[in-house]
Design a protein around this ligand. Structure first.
Ligand SMILES: Cc1cc2nc3c(=O)[nH]c(=O)nc-3n(C[C@H](O)[C@H](O)[C@H](O)COP(=O)(O)OP(=O)(O)OC[C@H]3O[C@@H](n4cnc5c(N)ncnc54)[C@H](O)[C@@H]3O)c2cc1C
Length: 297
């Protein structure tokens, strides 16, 4: 299939792109890496009158530290995030999730912001950002706003972005010292979307008692699922295998995934608990190992 007709626009600055989006509104779609949009165009599931290509805009894909936060520009290629020494040093959770997105050829073109704006319910990045409670920075000609993940991700393939807004960057806060993180997923083949994925962070004090635990799951709902109470059950206790297994049981009891041709609801529910348990076990190991001390005291 060939895409329907559209006018191709290639702004050279962010301001120009925002102006075009303001003028054309819902008639326009932005093109980032094209890894999701181009198939949608070819299948004629998207029929924009205007395609606004973001690839000619400079300075929109940087990866940098800002006051202890890791800030990633929307047009950073997924492969650049995956191989960034800054990401590895300051956000090992993200570094661990990146190689699980599709295949390297897809990550070479696919962008960090494109994956987030696309909001596939089985994608990795929304869960990572939800577990870290990052800020999603969006811009229009009217100004800038920052949204938390629970406000940004609205439903299947739906975000709170207005048609005239662009996601410009994501700000990920540093985690405290003695934090271990882990991202685990189950997919049918390497490179497939996850049936279920879990992003986990766990912090302990110097006696080994858990002071903070954050979880977010992908593949079990229309948006990343954050089982806050299940994670909080570990706070104030030593994260023993029994205590961690109980969190896994609680997560399985909370999630209500849908069945589809890839997996049944029951199997996904089972995976959600099992992967949570395994991810938290890995987090605890990493509070003792090399992953520790990547954050602020
Ligand atoms: C075979 C295959 C396997 C894949 N496997 C996975 C996987 O396992 N996990 C996973 O997460 N993804 C997977 N993907 C999707 C991949 O990660 C895409 O790169 C991603 O979904 C979209 O990023 P993109 O830069 O290509 O965006 P595009 O395809 O260019 O755009 C996607 C959507 O986001 C909008 N958009 C893009 N950038 C912005 C922005 N800055 N502001 C506002 N809107 C924007 C576009 O208008 C469009 O609606 C796979 C893709 C393929 C083809």
């Amino acid at each position: 299939m060939k895409p329907p007709r559209f006018d191709y626009l290639a702004p050279s600055s962010l301001d120009e792109a925002l102006g075009l989006l303001d003028r054309h509104g819902a008639q326009a779609k932005v093109l980032a890496g094209g890894q999701s949009l181009v198939p949608l165009l070819n299948f004629r599931l998207a029929r924009p009158a205007y395609l606004v290509d973001l690839n000619e805009i400079g300075g929109f894909g940087g990866i940098q530290m800002d006051g202890g936060d890791l800030v990633i520009g929307a047009m950073a290629r997924q492969r650049a995030v995956e191989t960034s020494p800054l990401v590895r040093a300051h956000c090992p959770l993200l570094a661990e999730a990146m190689p699980q997105i599709g295949h390297v050829q897809i990550r070479n073109r696919g962008t960090f912001g494109g994956s987030i704006a696309h909001a596939d319910p089985a994608s990795e990045l929304p869960a990572v950002i939800a577990a870290l409670d990052g800020d999603l920075v969006v811009k229009s000609v009217r100004g800038e706003r920052a949204l938390k993940p629970q406000a940004f991700f609205v439903s299947y393939f739906t975000t709170a972005l207005d048609p005239n807004e662009l996601l410009t960057s994501v700000r990920l806060p540093a985690l405290p010292t003695r934090t271990g993180t882990a991202f685990l997923e189950m997919s049918r083949r390497h490179g497939d979307f996850a049936l279920v994925g879990v992003a986990a962070t766990l912090t302990v004090d110097d006696t080994g008692v858990c002071t903070r635990c954050a979880l977010a799951l992908t593949g079990v709902g229309p948006t990343p699922v954050v089982p806050r109470e299940a994670g909080n059950a570990l706070v104030g206790v030593t994260p023993t295998p029994d205590a961690i297994a109980e969190v896994g049981r609680r997560v399985s009891a909370i999630v209500r995934p849908e069945s589809d041709l890839h997996a049944s609801s029951d199997y996904r529910t089972h995976l959600a608990g099992l992967l949570t348990e395994r991810a938290l076990t890995r987090c605890v190991e990493r509070t003792r190992g090399a992953h520790q001390n990547h954050g602020r005291p």
